[in-house]
Design a protein around this ligand. Structure first.
Ligand code: GLU
Length: 444
């Protein structure tokens, strides 16, 4: 099995691209197949390099490794050869209409309440007509002549699809300036690279009938198709490329963990519960293309962040160690990590807890008398797992306090905050010296 992810390097990868890439990757890895990265870069020669590099980097960040990579811009000669083959077999025909003339035809069709399907006027051109156009300085664009009748395929997401070929315009395969277009390049590449399954966004469903005929015209067999519905935002609008905040770069800058995003996108739009997974291997085992629904799923950023938090809560020290160092938390050891991780939504939230253990805190000293008693009863070092219990039991006995009245002033004094990690674990990390000074109301 061979699949491909075929982004056009005209911008940064968006959430929807990540989903397409992930689904292709999971499908390939589950079946021991090949995952290709194809860069659809025939259209935009300049400015692409930044995006090409960004695409590779973003996929690598997600953990989606590819087996081979190629660029369409390196295959122009091959597309021309395919065009010659199609021309020799009578599958394509030259057209001379300008964009304005085509637009006028579409307007006239709209006025007659007809579908804006190309009228094939160019099929009736004689050699003399063509010469006359060329004498005017026009160069032709070439259209693929669709065969009539129904084109059907079993879409692995949408089910049986059937399109009346006459309801679609003959697609342009090559522009007047000689540039080959996506409908052609994609099919030639899918044929040459032995793609067995085309898994892509629903925005391409309208190209599929023509592409199936083109596969056949080129002497090949069409692959299987699966079209994933496009993601919607919370208000039910399509996530457009222009929507801010939804490129992988932005999500990464917002500290979304790659595995949180993978876990989210692998299940979004399926009837399965979205749960955090620590590895892509776990997602490979669970993946089933057939569970991807037809209905457009809504992206929910809050849900993604909740998943991010749950993922961090279950992440082990070895996995994050170097990243904690990169955040500048040099002595963040296993104890520290295991103590603070239940309080994190983003990894960098660990900073504030590091500050509480290793840096200085401005204590909130409510009820100084009570805190003075607490300071007096603070057990001597060495401190361990039972220190907190010992200390608060003694305090409870001495003051008769319990529950919130017992604990809250201690937390506020020791951490400067209302909420935070379990103090039983956290107190030994803070240490006696700082604890004592904070209980006395000092910034320490
Ligand atoms: N370059 C196309 C896109 O980004 C690829 C479509 C396809 O997968 O066939 O939409």
């Amino acid at each position: 099995m061979t699949v491909r992810f075929a982004p056009s390097p005209t911008g940064y990868l968006q959430l929807g691209n990540a989903r397409t890439a992930l689904v292709n990757w999971l499908f390939a890895r589950q079946h021991g197949g090949t995952f290709l990265l194809r860069l659809d870069d025939t259209d935009h020669a300049r400015g692409d390099e930044t995006y090409v590099a960004a695409i590779r980097e973003d996929l690598t960040w997600l953990g989606l490794n590819w087996d081979q990579e190629f660029r369409q811009s390196g295959r122009i000669a091959r597309y021309q050869e395919a065009l010659r083959q199609l021309e020799a077999a009578g599958y394509i025909y030259p057209c001379y209409e300008t964009e304005e003339e085509l637009e006028a035809k579409r307007k006239a069709q709209a006025a007659r309440r007809q579908a804006p399907v190309y009228d094939r006027a160019a099929l009736g051109l004689t050699a003399a007509d063509r010469q006359a156009y060329e004498a005017e300085g026009r160069t032709p664009h070439w259209r693929f002549k669709l065969e009539g009748g129904q084109v059907a395929w079993d879409d692995q997401v949408r089910g049986r699809q059937s399109v009346q070929a006459g309801s679609v315009s003959d697609p342009v395969l090559i522009r007047a300036d000689g540039r080959p277009l996506y409908t052609l390049t994609s099919v030639v590449d899918d044929l040459d690279s032995g793609v067995t399954h085309v898994i892509r966004g629903e925005d391409h469903v309208t190209n599929t009938a023509a592409q199936i005929q083109l596969f056949q015209a080129l002497g090949g067999i069409a692959p299987g198709f699966a079209h994933l519905p496009l993601l919607l935002d919370a208000s039910g609008e399509k996530l457009s490329k222009r929507t801010q905040g939804l490129s992988l770069r932005d999500l990464r800058a917002d500290e979304v963990e790659a595995m949180a995003l993978n876990s989210y996108l692998a299940k979004l739009g399926t009837p399965d519960a979205i749960e955090e997974r620590q590895s892509l291997n776990a997602l490979i085992d669970e993946f089933d293309l057939a569970r991807m629904g037809r209905g457009a799923p809504k992206y929910d950023g809050d849900e993604l962040m909740r998943l991010n938090a749950r993922l961090l809560h279950a992440t082990d020290y070895a996995t994050v160690r170097s990243r904690l160092e990169a955040l500048g938390l040099d002595d963040a050891d296993r104890d520290f990590w295991e103590t603070v991780r239940p309080n994190l939504t983003r990894l960098s939230d660990a900073r504030q807890w590091y500050q509480v253990c290793r840096g200085t805190v401005q204590p909130v000293a409510e009820e100084p008398d009570y805190l003075a008693t607490a300071a007096e009863l603070l057990p001597p070092e060495p401190w361990g797992e039972t220190t907190w219990q010992q200390w608060t039991a003694a305090l409870k006995q001495r003051t008769g306090r319990k529950g919130k009245a017992l604990f809250r002033p201690l937390r506020l004094a020791l951490t400067g905050m209302e909420k935070g990690p379990e103090l039983a674990h956290f107190l030994p990390l803070i240490g006696r010296e700082k604890a004592l000074r904070r209980l006395n109301g000092e910034t320490a």
